[in-house]
Design a protein around this ligand. Structure first.
Ligand code: GDP
Length: 140
């Protein structure tokens, strides 16, 4: 077991419905510590860059439009095996397939408007964190 950091986004469908606190409660109850957090409105450029890996997917345009539609909360979470733990608390991409008690099962509206993003590896976490936070903004 190692202490890791992961990158998280509370997405527009969730900020719009005032679910930031409820989602953060699930993270904290699972043992994840919120060591950096900021509410921002993603620009088109930021969203396109962030989801560059999905640029060829048919839902890319819809995804970028959604992610820039309302404010988001970008976060760094810290804890034992934080990347996997966070993904477990988030639940499956499609809320219909998510386990009971997960963020996506309880709050997501659809496969696209699914309330949260979480890094899928420690390597990607480091890249994603650096897109939004400098080291001095992360207080562990
Ligand atoms: P994640 O790691 O669980 O977030 O899933 P992916 O990396 O596969 O997809 C990134 C994001 O793209 C998801 O969280 C969704 O917001 C969106 N997405 C994935 N699949 C679909 C889809 O079939 N339709 C739409 N509209 N959005 C999708």
């Amino acid at each position: 077991m190692t202490v890791q950091r992961t990158f998280s986004i509370i997405k527009p469908d969730a900020t719009k419905r005032n679910l930031t606190g409820a989602i953060n409660a699930k993270f904290e109850e699972a043992g994840l510590r919120i060591v950096a957090q900021r509410r921002i409105h993603l620009s088109d450029e930021q969203a396109k860059k962030f989801y560059e890996v999905h640029a060829e997917r048919p839902f890319y345009g819809e995804l970028v439009e959604f992610m820039t539609s309302e404010p988001v909360v970008v976060q760094v979470l810290e804890g034992e095996d934080a990347v996997a733990l966070h993904r477990k608390v988030m639940g499956a991409t499609n809320p219909a397939e998510a386990d009971a008690g997960t963020v996506r099962k309880d709050f997501a509206l659809s496969i696209g408007e699914n309330s949260v993003h979480g890094s899928d590896s420690a390597e990607n976490a480091a890249i994603e964190i650096a897109q939004f936070f400098t080291e001095d903004q992360i207080v562990g």
